[in-house]
Structure formats: C-alpha cells, structure tokens
Design a protein around this ligand. Structure first.
Ligand code: SF4
Length: 911
C-alpha cells in the first residue's frame, strides 16, 4: 500500500478544472479559485506549462510529475499525458477527466516509492543530484530527499562514469567486391524471417539496390540508382540487406541518410535485426547527427558549477541525470524526453549544446568522453552509419573527417534532398549571423552566462609561441568590432546603427519596406524584395561593409596559415592533444572563413550583373509584427549542382529512394530534384508500386461547400469531421494563423465530446512529443503544418482521417518565382503540389490493414491534381453533410467490427 502524499493535485483541460485534496476528494473548481490555490500551496501537476496555458496563467508552477519522472527514470520513454503516465506506471488509465487529479496523486506516491525499491536501476548519482537540487529549491527535492539514503561510498560523478572512446587505426579502404544478387536476396530472406508474406516488390528492389555496390567504372561517375518504392514494400530491409552484405564482404561503411527523425528511429530498430547481439550492434551501427544535437559536457559542467541559475540550473541537473544513462547524448530526438526542455520553457537547453561551434576539441577536459567525438570515432569503424541529409552535406562540404567521407550512400526520403541542399548551400548575411561571428572572435562582452571564450583565449598557446599568429588574432579581434553587437535590431529600428554592417542592414531594411507590395495581406510576417536596381546610399553602404568584412577575413586567413605551419612544424610542446586542438581550431576557422568569403562575394555582386545560377534578395524576418532578423540572402537556383559536386561525384555508389521520388511527375522530375541531371551519364531507374489495396483501403473526398475565407465554416467543418471520425484525425494547415483560429474555436467543443485535440504552434509541447501523444490515444486528434505532412508515421487506427484545409500551393516568394520561371511555370507548381498531396495522403495507409479518408476542404481543388493519389484510389466531390455521413458510417463499422484502436509505439516497418 502506497502512502498518500500531503499535497493536493490539480488537473485542467478545455472541459474543466479539478482539484483532488489531501484527503483524496476531487471537486471541480473555477479558474479564479484554481489560480489562487496554486499560488498559495504547491500542487501536484502534470505538465505545468500546458496546464498554465489551459488556465490562462502562464507562470503556473508546482510539483510537476514529469520532472519527477525525469529524475527517477532518466532516458526512459513516457507519453506525457495522464493515460501515458498511468500505462508506464502500471496504473489504470482514467476513464474521465474528473479522475485525473486523483491519479496524479497516486502516480506521485508510486514514483517516490520507487526510490526505495532495491531493483531501481538508475540509483547511482541520484543522492548527489538530489542534494544539489535541494539547494536550488527544486519543489520535489524534499520528498525525494526523504526517500534517498546517503550512499555508503561516494557516488561516481557523471564525468567519471562515462566511458571513453579509444583511438583506433584508420580502417583500410574497402575491397572491390562484385555483388552477388542471390546472396543479397538470401540476406533479405534471413532478415525478413521465415514465413513472411510474399514480397516480390521488395525482392526486385533489393536486386536493384545491390548494383550500386559494384565497382565503379569511371572516377567521378558513381553507380547511381533512383528508386521510387511505394509505401509498404519493406524498403528499409530491402536496402539494408545488400548494404550489410557489401559492408561485410568489402569491409567498408555504408551511410544511410534520412530526413525525418521518425525514419532514423525506425532504422535504428531495423538494423538490430542484422546484428541481434547488443554489443555487436553498438559497434556495427552508429547514428550520427549534427553536433548541435548533442549535449556538450563542457557546457554542462559550466552550467552545473554556477553558470546557470534558477530554473535553468534545475534543468541542467536533470540533464546531467539523463546524460549518465543516455545511449548517445543526443538531446534532440534521442533518449532525452522531448518534453523535458519545454517544461523549462526552453530555458537554457540550447546553451547545453555546442551551437556556436566553440568546441575546443582536445583542449577540452571531457574530449575523450564527449558524445560528439564518440559518435564521430565510432562511425569510422561502423558497417552502417545512420545520418541525415544535412549532416552528410555539411561533412562533405566542410567536415574535419575528410578521410572518413562516405563512399556508399543511400538517401532515403530522397524527395527531401533538394530542400536539404537548398538550406545547406545558401548564404545569408544577416544581423543574427554576423553577431555570431563577432562573438566567436571576441568572446563575451557582457556578463553572459556560459563558458564562451574568444579566439585569443582559445588560442593563447599559439599566440605566445608564434608572434605572427598572435598578431593575426589581435587584428581579427579589432576587425570583429565592426560586426553587429548586442542591441543591433533596436539601434537599427531607431535609425542609429553602429558600424558598417549595421549601417548596411539599416539600408536593407529601408529598401525592403519601401518596395514591399504585400500591403496588409501578410501583416506582421516576413517581408522580402529582389536585390535589383540598387543605387545611392545602398551602394555606398555595401562598399563600406565589404571593406569591413575583408578586414576580418584577411587575419583569419593568415591565422589559418600559421596554424597549418605550426602543425607541420610540430614544436616540442605540441603533444597529441595540442595537435588535435589545433586541427579542431583550423576546422572551425575554415567554416568562418568560408562564411565570410560567401558574404563578400554576395556583397561584391550588388550593383553588378545578375548571376544566373543564383537568386539574391533582401529580407526582414518577422513574426506577429516583431522583427527578428534583417539580411541579404543568396540561394542556388538549382542547389543540386553543389550536392552533385561535393557529395555524389566523389562517391562510388549512391541510391536516392523514396515513396514519392517522382513527386507525382515523371522520371524527369526525379532526375532534376536529385541532381542526377548533372552527372555525365544517366542514372539507373527503378520503380515498384505499393502493395496496398488503395481502392478498398482509402478514399479521397473533396468537400464542395466550405467557402474559402469563412473561418467559422472551416472550424465547424473540422469539428464535425473529428466527431464523425471519433478522433484519430490529422488536420493539416498551410497557415499558422488559420490553424490557431480553428483550434481556438473548436478546442472546448472537442474536450466536451471527450475527443482530445492537440496543436502544433499552440500547445507548449515539441512536435515529436505531440506525435507520440497522438499515436498513443486513438481518440486524440492533431492539428499542424508542414512538418507533420510527412514526419508522422502512425500505422493503425490512431490515424484514420487526414483533413487538409486547402490546396498546399507553394508560397509565392522570390525564390519560388525564380525556380518556377526556370522550371516550366504552372507545371512546376503542379509538381510541388502533387508531391505534397502524395506525402500527406501517404500518412493514412501505413499497413495492409489500415483504412482511412483523405478530405480536402477546398471546392476549387483542380482535377488535374488527382494523379497525386495512388492509382485506383476513389476520389469524389461532395457536400460536407455527405462526407460526414460517409465517415460516420466507416467509424461505426470499425467500432462494430471491434478493430483494435491500439497502436503500438514499436510498430512494424510500414515502408
Ligand atoms: S569536446 Fe567540444 S563538444 Fe565535446 S564536450 Fe568538449 S567542448 Fe563540448
């Protein structure tokens, strides 16, 4: 029997507010009383920011169960809802909202009891952590402290507990191996297991993929395959079979690049089938992400030792608890619960990663335990590296790991390659970017928290040994003072810019406002104008800014040369760690040099003839009327040109694959969007259709009587559709404003119908957690924008209806206009929309037993776009009432047939 705690609990939703007293009695109360009570007495809560939003009291705080869970079970998954917590703790999920407050009290007692359990596996470090949290006045510290006994022996501190990576000899180059298709198919058989269903599509896919691993015939011309494989053919195992076989036979590494975290997680699971033994798996399969995803131990140490105060310091201690048990230290999409940082309103979380590239590499006391370095070293010996498109491109373009460049690459979710390349190879000279360079060179200029150091402090030993290097550092520091400093946006707004770059940005801002044609159409949101017909003050400002930029670039180039010289010379004092640190400094210096050179070339072009390969424009980033950044942008008209040069051509074998690679168009589209058109010879092409029975599993409905611009009508339609489907609805919007309006109008109604509704851009919950919540509750619905269009993988009945509020036209911005002109006008737009529709439709049917409707609330939906949907899918235009009747009928049939509404979080591969 678990002893009750002496604290009341509070629960609030759109349908009411309840308090469960210390006597265990629950009653409904009003907002005013609830706010008064929580301000007076600490209450047990579940997700304080979310409850605060429901109460209209954003400062709500108390004894948050999620914080307690994070302390007791670091690195463990839980869906952060009452039902999710109840399931994890073995309690009965509540039937009614009124029972949730009592459940919270029960859950708190149970969690605290767990601290005394002899089998509690996360005990180590808890006592020391609780002591520190007590000093920080963490609300749970007292209760936790009562249950924890002081350990007999001093606990190992996080930094001594983490294992070190070992230096290993570089892996020899892979052997030349000609793939045997029968062996690849036998490997596939072994992976899919005996008795698995007939899968001809998957077999032919595997046979096609195995060809990319054959020896390359000509340097600069990889074996390249474009493969469109419909949902459900078992794509991941289809390519993992030949990839693992080649890796075993040739002794090389295959890189698999993804776009969404959902697929990364899935690959992590699928690859366990190849290496069932845990230890072998850890050696053979490595997940890599950009360094800004990982916890930086040096930043954490700084935060724990006083760098952070208040709530941010409490977060740092909970993150330290997690780091001691984490699989890989990935703070974004790894085993750190996505909800943890949002509980702290993102206070301090980003400062715990290495976002500013201030890593001191071997100069760091935690270098040998560093999560980033660990993943980088492990990937050199791995058979399979699971990465993402951005990381593959960054490493190829400016990585430190040139000897470890991927030579066999599989780009899954290849339809995102174009957009990933577009961001990666773009240049953006803006205030926010320029201030980062200033900080990187000069270091902290105010009493900022954190351990940031300037260039001089980071390279003090070089400066004392090499006079010329020291002079270069000093010149760079002086030149960096011309970059924007804190308060730049305000100064520009007041017409008092400081220094040449701020002066240039002031001209940019004036020109954007002067030429803005959007008028009130997009009030308060981003503005842009083409970089043409520039004259007068702007030209002068550009010239002065370019001089300042050049003055900074020159000493950085000189410094780079001095470091290279020093590394070659190898003076006595330069031991292995110092050498590694110099190499690290060289790499981060190279990155800044490249950025500054890109900006300089952007500036020198202004006023001259346009370069047909690029699109340039001026912009002001705004959100709801507030300005965030001002700058000049340059994108490649076709960003697959640089990708082909730096990633594809140097490789030996490349496959680009996706369920929607042709984007509703033909192979021309796939070749253009993948960059294959820039190779000397055409790629191999392969196509296999989905095995799903779309004519019987899905239906597209175009609702004809919801008027464009009628927000009340739109919200009403959403509410009725969600009710007809009894939840299980994914609502996709093309504008955040409309999403928020619809949510605000229907949230209460949905709560009263017992159909929880969650929304991106409204609920203070990260997108990954929102999807977990949606997946876990078949009655829940989720509203969102672009990221949900193909980042949601919810097989089973939790997702049975997708509603799109309108045709997802591309935003008619300057970049789009230029590409549209080059890409065939309206046909180009149609290709983009078809691809988006195909991706959104693809959310519904993830398994052979899935059924669902795809509803578009736009009567003007053109019939020429019907080809976006799989062949044979029924498509019908009808009024809302008829659509509701049809969906209602499907819901009743589903309920009558007793189809399980359970959806496993560890579902089968839907690919
Ligand atoms: S090596 Fe760099 S990223 Fe890693 S812990 Fe140290 S400073 Fe942070």
């Amino acid at each position: 029997m678990v002893a009750p705690l002496p604290y009341p609990a509070l629960h609030a939703s759109h349908s009411g507010i309840w308090i469960c007293s210390v006597d265990g009695e629950t009653r409904a109360i009003g907002k005013g009383e609830a706010i008064g009570r929580v301000a007076e007495t600490p209450h047990i809560l579940l997700n304080a920011p979310l409850l605060g939003q429901r109460l209209g009291y954003p400062d709500l705080s108390g004894l948050d169960l999620l914080e307690l869970f994070a302390f007791i079970h670091p690195a463990q998954f839980v869906v952060p809802t009452p039902a999710g917590l109840a399931k994890t703790l073995g309690l009965t999920p509540p039937d009614q909202e009124a029972d949730i407050a009592a459940l919270c009290r029960q859950a708190a007692s149970l969690l605290l009891e767990g601290l005394e359990a002899p089998f509690w596996k996360e005990r180590e470090g808890a006592w020391s952590s609780a002591q520190a949290l007590y000093r920080l006045r963490w609300p749970w510290a007292q209760e936790v402290g009562r249950k924890l006994e002081k350990p007999v022996e001093a606990e190992r501190w996080l930094f001594s507990k983490l294992t070190e990576w070992e230096e290993e000899a570089p892996r020899p180059a892979p052997r030349s191996v000609t793939m045997n298709q029968s062996e690849a198919l036998a490997t596939l058989d072994a992976l899919t297991g005996e008795g698995s269903e007939e899968r001809e599509g998957q077999k032919s896919y595997t046979a096609a993929v195995s060809q990319i691993f054959n020896p390359r015939k000509i340097k600069g011309e990889p074996n390249m395959l474009l493969a469109e494989a419909g949902t459900g053919i078992g794509k991941t195992l289809g390519y993992l079979a030949p990839a693992s076989l080649w890796s075993r036979q040739a002794g090389g590494t295959v890189w698999i690049s993804t776009f969404t975290k959902a697929l990364q997680r899935q690959l992590d699971r699928e690859t366990r089938r190849i290496y069932p033994d845990e230890e072998t798996f850890r050696k053979k399969v490595v997940v890599r992400k950009g360094r800004e995803n990982y916890l930086c131990l040096l930043n954490l140490e700084d935060a724990l030792q006083g760098g952070f105060t208040g709530r941010a310091a409490i977060l740092a201690h909970l993150v330290a608890r997690w780091a001691a048990y984490s699989k890989d230290g990935d703070m974004v999409g790894g085993d750190l619960p996505g909800w943890l940082t949002t509980l702290f309103r993102r206070n301090g979380a980003t400062a715990l990663t290495d976002r500013r590239g201030e890593c001191v590499y071997a100069g760091c006391p935690h270098y040998r335990k560093c999560f980033i370095e660990k993943a980088a070293h492990a990937s050199q010996q791995a058979d399979i590296v699971i990465a993402n498109h951005a990381l593959v491109m960054v490493n190829a373009a400016r990585g430190r790991e040139q000897q470890n460049r991927p030579t066999r690459l599989i780009f899954d979710e290849g339809h995102h390659l174009f957009d990933a390349a577009d961001s990666m190879f773009a240049a953006r000279l803006s205030g926010q970017e320029a201030i980062e360079i200033r900080r990187w060179v000069i270091g902290p200029e105010t009493k900022n928290r954190g351990r940031r150091r300037g260039l001089a402090a980071r390279l003090a030993d070089l400066a004392s040994y090499d006079e010329e290097g020291g002079r270069a550092i000093e010149s760079a520091r002086l030149a960096a003072e011309a970059m924007p400093a804190d308060g730049w946006l305000q100064r520009i707004g007041e017409g008092e810019p400081f220094g040449p770059i701020e002066a240039l940005l002031q001209e940019v801002r004036a020109m954007v406002f002067a030429r803005d044609e959007s008028q009130s159409a997009d009030a308060g949101y981003g503005l842009e104008t083409e970089l043409t017909d520039v004259e007068g003050p702007m030209i002068d400002a550009v010239a002065t800014a370019a001089q300042a930029m050049d003055a900074l670039l020159k000493p950085l180039v000189r410094l780079g040369q001095r470091i290279e010289h020093l590394i070659e010379e190898g003076p006595d004092w330069m031991d292995a760690p110092a050498r590694a640190r110099m190499e690290g400094a060289l790499s981060s210096l190279g990155w800044r040099r490249d950025t500054l050179s890109g900006w300089l070339s952007l500036l020198t072009r202004i006023g001259g003839p346009a370069d047909p390969d690029f699109v340039d424009w001026l912009m002001i980033d705004r959100f709801e009327g507030r300005e965030y950044d001002i700058g000049i942008c340059r994108h490649w008209l076709d960003p697959t040109i640089p990708v082909t040069e730096v990633v594809t051509k140097p490789a030996h074998g490349v496959m680009i694959t996706s369920a929607t690679l042709k984007g509703g168009g033909g192979w021309d589209t796939a070749r253009a969007r993948s960059g294959a058109v820039h190779l000397p010879h055409p790629p191999q092409e392969f196509e296999v259709a989905s095995p799903f029975d779309y004519p019987n599993q899905a239906k597209v409905i175009i609702v004809t009587d919801v008027k464009r611009g009628d927000m009340a009508g739109l919200a009403g339609a959403y509410a009725q559709l969600i009710e007809a489907s009894a939840g299980g609805t994914l609502g996709l919007f093309t504008a955040i404003r409309r999403l928020r309006t619809v949510y605000a109008r229907i949230a209460d109604r949905m709560a009263q119908s017992g159909l929880p509704i969650y929304a991106q851009h409204v609920d203070p919950i990260d997108t990954g957690t929102l999807v977990d919540i949606f997946r876990d509750d078949p009655k829940a619905s989720l509203l969102g924008t672009d990221a949900l269009r193909d980042g949601v993988d919810v097989p089973g009945q939790s997702l049975r209806l997708v509603v799109m509020e309108s045709v997802p036209w591309p935003r008619p911005n300057i970049l789009h206009r230029a590409r549209r002109l080059a890409g065939g006008g309206s046909a180009y737009d149609d290709r983009i929309i078809r691809a988006r529709l195909a991706q959104a439709f693809g959310r519904i049917i993830r398994r052979a037993d899935d059924h669902g409707h795809f509803v578009i609330l736009s009567s003007s939906f053109p019939s020429r776009l019907f080809s976006a949907f799989p062949e044979g899918t029924p498509i019908e235009r009808m009024p809302l009432a008829q659509a509701l009747a049809e969906i209602n009928k499907a819901t009743s049939e589903m309920q009558d047939s007793g189809l399980s509404t359970e959806t496993s979080l560890m579902h089968d591969n839907p690919q």
